[in-house]
Design a protein around this ligand. Structure first.
Ligand code: GRF
Length: 202
């Protein structure tokens, strides 16, 4: 027994948020252990970053596979690894109500905008093109909607006049790497509950 919460990470891409979580766990800042990294893309660079760290990986290809079949495979991998929490880190698939019910209020996502503004894809570009003066990132509990679950933590990032969508995305990503471990740490170390849409720490 390590006394650490077992966390699974689901990703589809480069995996920088996974790395931020893994490093925060390794430094002891988050009382958790990443027990498996699952990807719906066999070529996701994040898988290699997990292998380098000795973290078990399970690629479960999603293309052309019915959602219920794919989700059943993912669920089996998570249960096989003993995962208690799930962190989505650039996971490009929506999860069904049934999947979410298996980890009620134990699935987190990070989104690169201040929700409820700019949900969905390319949020940093959406925010930049809209002309907002402040954007940022949001860590939230996952429900069956797209980026709609109760908010745990947000970090703001000013939008500068000479920003491009890319430079803004880079600065938001730096804040994501702080926000995601901080949110997980809060949820694992403090009493909390969900009141309506509000996540309240007591
Ligand atoms: C991040 O911007 C995250 O907010 C979004 O997808 C991106 C994943 O990046 N959900 P990475 O794979 O963690 O580097």
């Amino acid at each position: 027994m390590t006394g650490k919460t077992k966390v699974a990470v689901l990703l589809s891409g480069r995996g920088s948020n996974f790395v931020a979580l893994a490093e925060a766990c390794a430094r002891g800042e988050v009382p958790a252990e990443i027990v498996v990294v699952v990807s719906n893309r066999t070529d996701a660079p994040g898988l290699e970053r997990a292998r380098e760290r000795g973290i078990p990986v399970t690629p479960i290809p999603g293309k052309g596979v019915p959602r219920e079949v794919h989700e059943a495979r993912v669920l089996a991998a998570l249960q096989g690894a003993g995962a208690e929490w799930v962190c989505l880190a650039g996971y490009m698939r929506l999860l069904s109500e049934g999947f979410i019910a298996s980890f009620r209020h134990r699935i987190l996502n990070i989104h690169p905008a201040l929700l409820p503004s700019f949900p969905g894809l390319e949020a940093q570009h959406q925010a930049w093109a809209y002309g907002v003066k402040v954007s940022g990132c949001t860590v939230h509990l996952v429900d069956a909607g797209c980026d709609t679950g109760p908010i745990v933590l947000q970090r703001a990032v000013p939008v500068l006049d000479d920003d491009t969508a890319e430079s803004l995305a880079d600065r938001i990503l730096e804040q994501e790497h702080i926000a995601y471990p901080a949110a997980l740490r809060l949820l694992l170390t403090r009493p909390w509950h969900v009141d309506g849409r509000r996540v309240l720490f007591t």
